[in-house]
Design a protein around this ligand. Structure first.
Ligand code: PXG
Length: 466
């Protein structure tokens, strides 16, 4: 049997990886040519790769390692749970202590009457569940024609057929005949890129009213729900203008359609509150959760459901014919519960609000003075900067979208900083436990990378507006 350990030389690991491991969102030929960066260990906010580089992880993995890497107490809980009850299901009127305790804890932390949890293994699965939930809800209410879910262009809701359909990522829709029927998309509240001469406030209202227009066009009797991320993450950390969510809420209330807040990224302290809905003033009927729920230590997600939706479905007299083998997996649930305990015991929300956010905000906003940077946004600990050849006009680059962002990301990688790019926007979402001195390192490496990227663009003649 092939035994793969971290002791193989990097080149051999890369060759095996390229030969046998098909990666998500990756072009295979490029990966084979360059070889993957292989991460071997992590502690706090730092990753170590197979060459011994210490990399500051400005993305908390994929927006998930909220309590930081290498927590012994989470490892111990997982080990104990594996010994005690490694697996049992939650189908057919059975349950177990970790699933029960975690659901009760989530209900305690979630706002309003979001008191019920349906477990999934990931954010994508949870959003598939949400499609089933809202359609089932309206069926039971005697309105089976209320099936359409309205979502946004450039939203991200996962990679399953349902999740990718809810999402508004055109490169994903282009592969595999998506979206599935009865999912439609309206414009996103991305003022920087699409706001033209409007003020952010005017633009926010205009984009929210696209929801009203779409409901009117389809007929409210056909619309089941609206779904959105309180702050778009994968789309580029797009913070909607202050007018946007109150107007969306008004419209959902007026037409009686369910509001789903996808909190996969914004949940569990990322924005400084437990949930992004609280930060943005949204009252959802359902929240999607994953990622920070377990800080990425175990795969788990779920839907947090309000009393009315739960009571309607649970009281229908029929089974809800839906579920996953790993719904409420005991090891993942035990780890998630301990993670929520850590967030509370260590006052991590307070740290985000009173220490890390204010300090990072000051330093992050200063990046807007860099010649390559237009706006700099930060809510809690999710931030973005827009790269532009001309700040005054918010110009795009003449090069194909993403060319400059990719070059900047490569400089970050070379400087041992994980900072992602989405098109020509750079984004961060570091572990919530990041300290001011670690923020200094992040900013120092980011600035160096921006300087190098800027110099490269200049010498290659790419500092040109479209
Ligand atoms: N909803 C939102 C808002 C997400 O950000 C999902 C659902 C899907 O969750 P799972 O656990 O099925 O991946 C996500 C995931 C990126 C990136 O490149 C973002 C995500 C996943 C992978 C990459 O920004 N978000």
């Amino acid at each position: 049997m092939t035994q793969i350990t971290n002791h193989l030389p990097t080149k051999e690991l890369q060759a095996l990886d390229a030969a046998h491991h098909m990666h998500p969102f990756t072009e295979g030929a490029a990966l084979a040519r360059k070889g993957a960066r292989i991460i071997t260990r992590a502690k706090g906010v730092y990753l170590t790769d197979s060459e011994g580089h210490q990399i500051l992880d400005g993305m908390a993995g994929l927006w998930c390692v909220n309590v930081g890497y290498g927590r012994k107490d989470l490892a111990e809980v997982a080990a104990r749970q594996i010994e005690e009850l490694c697996y049992y299901n939650t189908f057919f009127q059975t349950s177990h202590v970790p699933a029960i305790a975690l659901a009760a804890e989530i209900a305690k932390l979630a706002p309003g009457d979001l008191n019920h949890v349906f477990y999934a293994g990931s954010g994508s699965e949870a959003n598939d569940t949400n499609i089933r939930l809202v359609r089932r809800y309206w069926d039971v209410k005697g309105k089976p024609e209320k099936k359409v879910i309205i979502s946004r262009k450039n939203g991200y809701h996962g990679s399953t057929m349902g999740g990718a359909s809810l999402g508004g990522m055109s490169p994903m829709h282009a592969q595999g005949g998506l979206p599935i029927p009865d999912i439609v998309h309206i414009g996103q509240p991305h003022w920087w890129a699409e706001g033209g001469d409007m003020t952010p406030e005017e633009f926010g209202l205009m984009r929210a009213r696209e929801l009203e227009a779409k409901i009117e066009e389809l007929g409210a009797d056909r619309v089941a729900a609206f779904i959105g991320e309180p702050i778009q993450g994968a789309g580029g950390v797009i913070v909607p203008p202050a007018t946007y969510w109150p107007e969306i809420q008004r419209i959902c209330d007026k037409y009686g359609i369910l509001l789903i807040a996808d909190e996969v990224i914004t949940g569990f302290g990322r924005t400084g509150n437990w949930f992004g809905s609280q930060t943005m003033g949204i009252r959802p009927h359902i929240m999607t959760i994953a990622k920070g729920l377990s800080s990425g230590y175990a795969p788990i997600g779920g839907s947090v459901i309000c009393d009315e939706v739960h009571e309607t479905i649970a009281g229908s007299g029929d089974d809800f014919n839906h579920g996953y083998t790993y719904s409420g997996h005991p090891v993942a649930a035990a780890v998630a519960l301990k993670n929520l305990e850590l967030i509370q015991e260590e006052n991590i929300l307070h740290h985000v609000k009173k220490v890390a956010h204010p300090y990072l905000m000051e330093r992050w906003q200063a990046l807007a003075d860099h010649p390559l940077v237009g706006e700099a946004k930060l809510v809690g600990l999710m931030g973005s900067i827009a790269l532009t050849p001309d700040k005054a006009t918010r110009a795009k680059f003449a090069s194909e979208a993403g060319t400059v962002g990719l070059r900047c990301r490569e400089r970050c990688f070379a400087n041992n900083l994980v900072m992602r790019h989405v098109g020509d926007r750079m984004i961060i979402s570091p572990p919530l436990v990041i300290t001011p001195s670690e923020i200094d390192v992040l900013i120092e490496r980011a600035t160096k990378s921006l300087d190098e990227c800027y110099a490269g663009l200049k010498s290659d003649g790419l500092l040109v507006a479209a």
